[in-house]
Design a protein around this ligand. Sequence first.
Ligand SMILES: Nc1ncnc2c1ncn2[C@@H]1O[C@H](COP(=O)(O)OP(=O)(O)OP(=O)(O)O)[C@@H](O)[C@H]1O
Ligand SMILES: [Mg+2]
Length: 271
Amino acid sequence: MFVVTAYTYYVVYAYDPGVWSKLVAKYMFDLMDKIPKPLLIAGVHKSFGSLRALTDVSFTIEPGRIHGIIGPNGSGKTTLFNCISGIIPPDSGHIYFGDTRISGLRADRIAKAGIRRTFQAGKLAPSLTVLENIMSGNSSQKTRALEREARELLESLGMGEAADRWAADLVWAERQFVQILRAIIGKPTVLLLDEPVSGMDAGETELVVKLIGKINAMGITVAVVSHDIKMLMDTAEWVTVLNFGEKIAEGTPSTIRKDPLVMEAYLGTEE
Ligand SMILES: Nc1ncnc2c1ncn2[C@@H]1O[C@H](COP(=O)(O)OP(=O)(O)OP(=O)(O)O)[C@@H](O)[C@H]1O
Ligand SMILES: [Mg+2]
């Protein structure tokens, strides 16, 4: 393989040295994309009219971690994911992925940089099959190899037989799984999961927790927003807490459990 690649580079070089240096640069950039990088959120503000959804939010999602983000309803968790993934730009503040500023970039550029996400509402293309939905998460790979990979991912979840079903026929939990696989097939370095276990029973939740563990073991940083505090505290290594758009605490699950501000924010609202 190496000999073939080296020979191809040599032939291209002999033909056009400019093209060769571009190929080397692309190869180096591809390699650099795979190096784990922190996601730095620095002083992010976002308002909708007079409503402040995020106020001066700063924290770092360290590479390789499972990072939990919790907060009562409307505390800004999804807005934060929307700002990170480029669905909406922050009003001010910055978001860096390694040395690269990603705030303000288009969503497709951010996805290409290695940050993928799932959505709380869990939309799939209903008129495509499960396999086609998963494959739609990667537009840069050849179809045959991609299809094989998508089938393998489904089989690893015991959902192999679902490959050719219409997405419209899936039950809620299956949709959530397919969403995650669609994000994973894009080979991200960071995965943002917005409420991955909402509406799931204990058994389904357990499957998602296992899947998150597997994804993290592949070297992918996972940031998880969830109302299932117990699941999140058992799964995450580090937790950030939002309340009314502000960060009120962060730390290991054991310190967060004892934090008086967090207890106050959740008084009567913990599910
Ligand atoms: N596009 C929008 N336009 C107007 N207001 C919005 C918009 N998106 C979010 N908001 C408001 O911003 C606040 C934060 O919403 P967000 O969805 O980020 O909260 P959340 O923590 O994800 O809540 P939940 O736990 O219910 O999912 C809420 O008051 C919400 O109504
Ligand atoms: Mg939300």
